[in-house]
Design a protein. Structure first.
Length: 192
């Protein structure tokens, strides 16, 4: 089995896809270290150390919440938008028709999902900023203040960036198709 994987990785196309995916994951890890403005890191660490629910949410965000990084929301708004679009296909007939139209319809639904992700990221960021204000991690300021707005813009932009990185992996990286090709190469090599 190990020989099959080694031989399959020696294929230039699969190796390129795996290296590209590893590079994108490295970018993700670097982005978790880029903090948003106006956050007291010491209080934030204390808050996450004492609250198990927040620690669990941090795991779902990929580690960005505990450091208040620009990608702190993770892909949660995108996942929520995808779920909402799936549910809306049963409620709005036109969305259901788009799903059945083939590639064009699926691309249109994907575009709508991306559009829905932006306000959801903004709303989830607002909710998290209220939580951080109540915990004393960020200064209390009115909703339309520059500090709050810059925080929300940073988190929303981070979610959009993660969405884009995910699409890059889907298009060029070691996605399910590439991993299936790796598995198929292993099966063929084992049979030989």
């Amino acid at each position: 089995m190990i020989q099959s994987v080694v031989t399959a990785i020696q294929a230039p196309d699969i190796r390129r896809k795996i290296l590209f995916t590893a590079f994108i994951l490295l970018i993700f890890r670097v982005l978790t270290a880029v903090p948003v403005p106006n956050v007291d890191q010491a209080r934030l660490s204390e808050l996450f150390a004492t609250n198990q629910l927040l620690a669990l949410l941090d795991i779902f965000s990929g580690g960005g919440l505990a450091t208040a990084s620009i990608i702190g929301l993770g892909l949660n708004p995108y996942i929520n938008a995808s779920i909402i679009m799936q549910l809306m296909q049963g409620v709005i007939p036109r969305l259901g028709e788009l799903q059945r139209e083939g590639e064009y319809g699926r691309n249109k639904l994907q575009q709508y999902t991306r559009y829905l992700t932006v306000p959801l990221a903004f709303a989830q960021g607002f909710g998290f900023s209220i939580l951080l204000q109540n915990a004393g991690v960020i200064p209390v300021s009115p909703f339309f203040s520059f500090e709050t707005f810059s925080l929300l813009i940073a988190w929303t932009a981070g979610t959009i960036m993660l969405m884009w990185l995910g699409e890059l992996i889907t298009d060029r990286g070691a996605n399910v198709r590439a991993l299936r090709a790796l598995r198929d190469a292993g099966v063929v090599l084992d049979a030989v």
